[in-house]
Design a protein around this ligand. Structure first.
Ligand code: ADP
Ligand code: MG
Ligand code: ZN
Length: 619
């Protein structure tokens, strides 16, 4: 406030003087009176050359009969008439002249009168101000440092997100509907002596709609929503995070009922004392502060703390204790129904051509998250605009599925004729094996156009969403992965570098068969490696070996066995179906891309086989 006033005053005075000086400058140049001395004036009065005299303070302006203008300075205190008296000017001659005495006024006057005193003060004041401002700025920055930069949403009714804007995640919505109820009618619960939950933790892979859901709860309950990201607590300086937590809760308590949403809470909520990622002192303090605040507020305050993470495995157990985040809601990746519904939501404001069936897009996108699906529609709209079309067609939608999966096409990549041939054989190999083995997913598309980091690719899509896989399915999957490599070897007698990622993936699957799924007969039904792994999200952080060196050797050997078993299967198919392989390659070389229908023209429909022995949970 004070600062503002000082600033405004300064600006005002500065402009005042600027204008004043301009004014004098203007006046000076316009009339251009010549400066004369007292003697000249007296002489001119004697000669009766003067028509008019204007006295303006210390300035005396003379207008001669000839029209010329002159100017004389006199002392400020002395009056003009007594001055003339002193010089003994003839009074009769003076009385013929029109003499006007005007008030001293005008910017020019004030400027000339005051400037000599004021300017030094102003300069000093200005420097003082600048210095003060510097200090104050640093100060207030230091003070604001410990404040949480909370964002409050739900002020405007228009942007409110409701449950209906979120598709799928039915169970999560049901659970959260209860939370909404708590916020709306707390009495209903407290009258029965029920404790309202303080914390709700949303768990789910990235893009499954955790943030969206938290906002929807606030939208449904029509309460304030404070959004902060866990990473905003983490700064270089110890103690800042804790102070931000305090300020966050303080702000929130002022506008109850409300929801505090801590996004990506794993940034601060890691297990304490694990020392992972450095600066864990700070994290510990921040986490402690969150716990203290959550314990500290009265459940009747009607604040619900929501948090989201995709790393529940690393969370500190103290966070999950009753009275803290004791409600945990898992958001799964959407199944086909949910995918279609999500696509519908995001297609609402997009003009779709009549041929578009979102169900078919949903079929092609198993494993995609809500965010991926939203992205597909957006990419399709961009592609349509780029092609100067008015409606989004199936073409653009399919194209964007592949863009989202593998990155943009790289048609311009120059490859030699030989490279093209090798790629064609490699991809055709994948496709043929995928087609002729009974447990694999059907081929949707084969292409030798580079996309993202892949030189070409074969797209297989499962007929339905699968959650469990058998050993046979895994082995055939490995066979398909090895198919490219083995075909190159079969045809050219040597292999290229293009198969690296296939081989890595195949090895990973083989290892998991043994270490995670207990599918190897040499070992008993057990797992190997104590993983800090999340049941929900299937991502390994790091593994601690809980087996001996000898077993490690055995595992390696068994991995080899699985890979060999798969390559035998793959090689058999390649040898047997070489004619079909050649046909597919020829078309690939000519057209670069083969869609499902054309592929089936060559090889026939895929035999469907349902088999459900040897079931394992897929992670
Ligand atoms: P998360 O926080 O889980 O990483 P977000 O909530 O930020 O994911 O979701 C990202 C975007 O994905 C949302 O803004 C929304 O457009 C879309 N999205 C994700 N899940 C859904 C869903 N179930 N229904 C509709 N849109 C969704
Ligand atoms: Mg999020
Ligand atoms: Zn390959």
């Amino acid at each position: 406030m004070m600062k503002q006033i000082i600033k405004n005053t300064l600006i005002f005075t500065a402009s005042f003087f600027l204008i004043a000086s301009l004014f004098t400058f203007y006046e000076d140049t316009a009339s251009k009176p010549t400066k004369v001395g007292m003697e000249t004036l007296i002489k001119q009065i004697d000669n009766e050359e003067i028509k008019e005299i204007i006295v303006r303070g210390s300035l005396v302006e003379l207008e001669l009969n000839s029209g010329e203008k002159e100017i004389i300075k006199k002392e400020i205190g002395e009056s003009f008439s007594s001055l003339l008296d002193n010089y003994g000017v003839d009074k009769t001659k003076v009385s013929k002249i029109a003499i006007q005495v005007k008030d001293e006024e005008g910017f020019a006057f004030w400027f000339t009168a005051l400037a000599p005193f004021l300017i030094p003060f102003l300069i000093i004041g200005f420097f003082l101000y600048m210095m003060l401002r510097g200090v104050q700025g640093a100060n207030s920055r230091a003070m604001g440092f410990g404040q949480a930069q909370v964002k409050e949403f739900n002020k405007d009714a228009k942007n409110k997100i409701k449950f209906k804007d979120i598709a799928g995640v039915r169970e999560a919505k049901e659970e959260l509907a209860e939370v909404v109820d708590f916020l709306k009618n707390p009495d209903k619960f407290t009258n029965l002596g029920a404790l309202i939950p303080k914390g709700v933790l949303l768990l789910g892979s990235p893009g499954t709609g955790k943030t969206l859901l938290a906002r929807a709860v606030a939208g449904e309950a029509n309460v304030a929503f404070f959004h902060i990201s866990g990473s905003e607590f983490v700064e270089m300086f110890v103690g800042v995070g804790a102070s931000r937590v305090r300020s966050l809760f303080k702000t929130a308590k002022k506008s109850t009922p409300c929801i505090i949403f801590i996004d990506e809470i794993d940034a601060v909520g890691r297990k304490r004392g694990s020392g992972m990622g450095g600066s864990h002192d700070e994290r510990e303090q921040t986490l402690n502060q969150i716990l203290v605040e959550m314990d500290g507020f009265d459940p009747r305050m009607n604040i619900i703390v929501m948090a989201a993470t995709n790393r529940p495995d690393v969370l500190d157990p103290a966070l999950l204790r009753p009275g803290r985040f004791d409600r945990q809601i898992v958001l799964d990746l959407p199944d086909i129904q949910a995918r279609e519904a999500i696509l519908k939501i995001h297609a609402r404001r997009k003009p779709l051509a009549r041929d578009v069936t979102l169900r078919r897009v949903a079929e092609r996108t198993p494993g995609f998250s809500g965010a991926d699906l939203a992205n597909i529609l957006n990419e399709a709209a961009i592609l349509t605009a780029r092609r100067d079309k008015k409606l989004i067609t199936m073409n653009e939608l399919f194209e964007s599925i592949e863009r989202v999966m593998m990155g943009p096409e790289r048609r311009s990549r120059v490859i030699t004729e030989r490279e093209k041939q090798i790629t064609a054989y490699h991809e055709a190999g994948h496709a043929i094996i995928a087609h002729y083995l009974p447990h694999t997913d059907p081929v949707q598309k084969i292409t030798i156009i580079a996309r993202g980091r892949a030189g070409g690719y074969t797209l297989k899509i499962p007929l339905e969403d699968k959650h469990m896989y058998t050993k046979q399915e895994f082995i055939e999957e490995i066979a398909v992965l090895l198919g490219g490599f083995l075909t190159e070897k079969e045809i050219y007698g040597e292999v290229t570098t293009g198969a690296t990622s296939d081989l890595r993936r195949a090895t990973q699957i083989a290892r998991k068969l043994i270490t995670d799924y207990g599918m190897c007969d040499t070992f008993g039904p057990r797992t190997f490696g104590d993983k800090e792994d999340s049941m929900y999200l299937g991502r390994e952080i790091h593994e601690q070996r809980d087996y001996s060196e000898k077993v490690a050797e055995q595992i390696d050997k068994e991995i080899n066995n699985f890979i060999m078993e798969a390559s035998v299967i793959a090689r058999k198919v390649i040898k047997k179906e070489k004619a079909k392989l050649k046909e597919v390659v020829d078309i690939l070389l000519e057209k670069e891309t083969i869609e499902k229908a054309q592929f089936e023209n060559i090889v026939g429909k895929k035999a469907k086989l349902i088999n459900n022995n040897n079931i394992s949970h897929k992670q």
